[in-house]
Ligand binder design. Structure first.
Ligand code: 8YV
Length: 324
């Protein structure tokens, strides 16, 4: 039987590429560059299966350009806001993703940022590298204690809950806003307080951490108006998607110290970073590292393999994504 043509847009961990080569007629990315629109069109014209990542814009125009054989888009990543899932469905193309296997890694990165921003860790590192540190001082570089503070989690899915579990270990109290309230047993285990109204929660939190997907409903969820509700002593951490925050409004509030600080792992126009952030000392900028561990990326690749294999064998793939 003819093996399906699988086009992978970026380099994946070696073990994953090796297994893909054994199973499929795979076209790998040799130099890991971001595919141009023309290259993506050529890919969807020839592929039976496309394996994109967050760096590929799989919009309705690209999906309309797909050849008759493209039946599966097996995304390498959990978030699928770069894929027009509705357009794919209209064209009879199934979309899958890689949930669960990056939960712990993303939560760990979030905790690193929750600790680093109030304690001015990266700012201090920059000070030393700039040769400007003139030694310890009783009032030098004072930050804020994390223990005993209120953490407001926006989006209490798998990653939000994993962050809550870890933050409790650092003595934070857990508050959350979510479309649906958690089961009482989960709430009890996390000693989590539910806020139905995000506008009510925001002014009462010391650290706000975002864990919702980017959808039309969450685009600029932290709008200029909402950001103004946050206390000047509070911090924002974003390991979800840049589009969930109005970046210009956030930068303005940070520069005037109406918000104490922000740690951002994701940006609206990656890899471009809003230049306003670059000039600010009270911001940590990380290059989308949430799931960047050998373990997570390998397991994400294994999920992609399983999704493709089950699909081409005629079964329902385990991680199907439906339009919102
Ligand atoms: C991935 C992510 O690395 O899975 C996601 O949604 O944001 C990242 O952690 C990226 O999506 C890979 O495509």
């Amino acid at each position: 039987m003819k093996k399906p043509i699988v086009v992978v847009t970026r380099r994946l961990p070696e073990a994953v590429e090796t297994r893909m080569t054994e199973l499929f007629d795979v076209r790998l990315s040799l130099d890991d560059h971001r595919m141009t629109s023309a290259e993506l069109v050529a890919a969807v014209e020839q592929a039976d299966v496309l394996v994109p990542t967050v760096t590929d814009n799989v919009d309705s125009v690209l999906i309309a350009a797909a050849g008759p054989n493209l039946k599966l888009i097996a995304n390498f990543g959990a978030g699928t806001d770069h894929i027009d899932v509705m357009a794919a469905q209209h064209h009879g193309i199934t979309v899958t993703n890689t949930p669960n296997v990056l939960t712990e890694d993303t939560a760990e990165m979030t905790l690193a940022l929750i600790l680093a921003i109030p304690r001015r860790l990266v700012e201090g590192e920059r000070l030393i590298r700039a040769g400007k540190w003139d030694g310890w001082g009783p009032t030098a570089m004072l930050g804020s204690r994390v223990s005993g503070k209120r953490l407001g989690i926006v989006g209490m899915g798998r990653i939000g809950q994993a962050v809550a579990e870890r933050a409790r270990g650092f003595g934070m109290s857990i508050h959350y806003h979510n479309r649906r309230r958690l089961h009482p047993s989960v709430e009890d285990a996390l000693e989590a307080t539910y806020w139905d109204d995000l506008d009510q929660m925001l002014p009462r939190m010391d650290v706000i951490s975002l864990h919702c997907p980017h959808t039309p409903a969450t685009h600029h969820l932290l709008s200029a108006e909402r950001l103004k509700r946050i206390r000047p002593t509070s911090y924002i951490v974003n390991t979800a998607r840049g589009e969930v925050i109005d970046e210009d409004a956030l930068a303005d509030l940070l520069s005037t110290h109406k918000i104490a600080g922000a740690a951002l792992d994701v940006f609206q126009n990656e890899p471009a970073v809003n230049p306003k952030f670059l000039a600010l000392d009270n911001v940590i900028l990380a290059p989308h590292l949430g799931s960047a561990t050998v373990e997570a990326r390998t397991e994400m690749g294994q999920k992609v393999l399983i999704n493709i294999k089950t699909f081409v064998d005629g079964h329902r793939p385990p991680d199907r994504v439906l339009p919102i």
